[in-house]
Design a protein around this ligand. Sequence first.
Ligand code: BGC
Length: 461
Amino acid sequence: MSSQEDIRRMSMTEANQPKKDWRFILIAIVAGLGGLLFGYDTGVVAGVLLFVNQVFHFDASMKGLFVAIALAAAAVGAAFAGALADAFGRRAVLIVAAVLFSAGAILSSVAGTIPILFLGRVMVGAAIGVSSMITPLYLSEITAAHWRGAIVTINQFYITVGIFVSYLVDYMLSGTPDGWRWMLGLGSVPGLILLGGMMVLPESPRWLAGRNFIEKATAGLRFLRGRQDVSEELGDLHRDIVEDSRRAAPWSLLLTRKVRKPLIIGVGLAVFQQITGINVVIYFAPTIFRDAGLSSASGSILATVGIGAVNVIMTGVAMRLLDTAGRRKMLLLGLYGMLISLVFIGTGFLIQLHGPLTYIIVGMVAIFVAFFAIGLGPIFWLMISEIFPLAIRGRAMSIATVANWVSNMVISGIFLDLLLIIGRGPTFMFYAAMTVLAILFTLWIVPETKGKTLEQIEDSL
Ligand code: BGC
């Protein structure tokens, strides 16, 4: 599997290419859609949940299963995505993902029975898992060097935009009969745009060259760069591929000391990103707000729209700060803020705040999301693209991504049951305790990677 660093070197010669080009706009749109669909299709369940159980009479476990089933499919999708993209090409896999996104959205929106509803969500989930791995990979392979560094964080930004849009759609449709069907079905629109975009964009020249389809690789590069002479880049590409295969490492490298530490960091951050409770808020915010005392469904969804906006804005702030303030510092700051707000939320539920005081809980949930968005949110995805040795980077990133989806599935799947069994206050105190562990973990092992080259990071680990 290729890496961003390889590609960065590969494209050093592209600085002279035209900056404002419709190709770049197309690439940026496709870049956006991958993250947008990830965010939309995970966030949309927040509103859907309030209505779907009236039709299908879900209890707490079934609601949890409805959320978790898409996440389980995402974990499976992410696990196989790398191998599929190596075998059939990045573009082919993304086209299949776009079809799954659209077909799954439509199927779940017209579902008359629970199995069909769940089948639709499984299709969407698999597509989310695949695109969460392959969109950044494909983009890093086709984009010029000066764009590449930003892609990882741009992806996270679009995820939050997708969540925000899904909340807005939830809000606008919450008064419409059968509005939940539209909430699910509208996911097909960006899915179809992604499909259209992928039909126009070429296969990754890097993948083509690696398979010895040199003519196609040349044509793809000419299209992407908008010029005829791409021989220099093609030469670099070839050198990189030879270098890559020389360095290609066996799976057993994952067990060596050199890789153990980054793997602990990557998988640890993946798990902590989820078990500190972010998606309990992202997927169940209206349910939480209603439990806290906001009386109407649309009022709860409106408060959720506010949460979505905070998430987008603070992710934007993080993008500006990460390269100056440093990852480790921002991660710790974010975790301290999450801890304090979780303790407030837990206490608020324990002492059963009511009346206008309910808004303290809403405010604290917003603060929790804000601190996640400047720390653990973007930094997990950023770090896993930085800390692994080149030879094993693709596979190690897959492992961390799968760990993230599996933890997400477990935490979201059991949330509603946990509320019933131990109650709201203790549930949020549990996430606070996990945040304490996340802080200790960060202090113990997470390095500062700001301003270092990938080789320096590799050496320091
Ligand atoms: C996480 C998602 C989460 C999102 C919220 C991402 O970094 O991986 O699970 O829903 O942030 O903004």
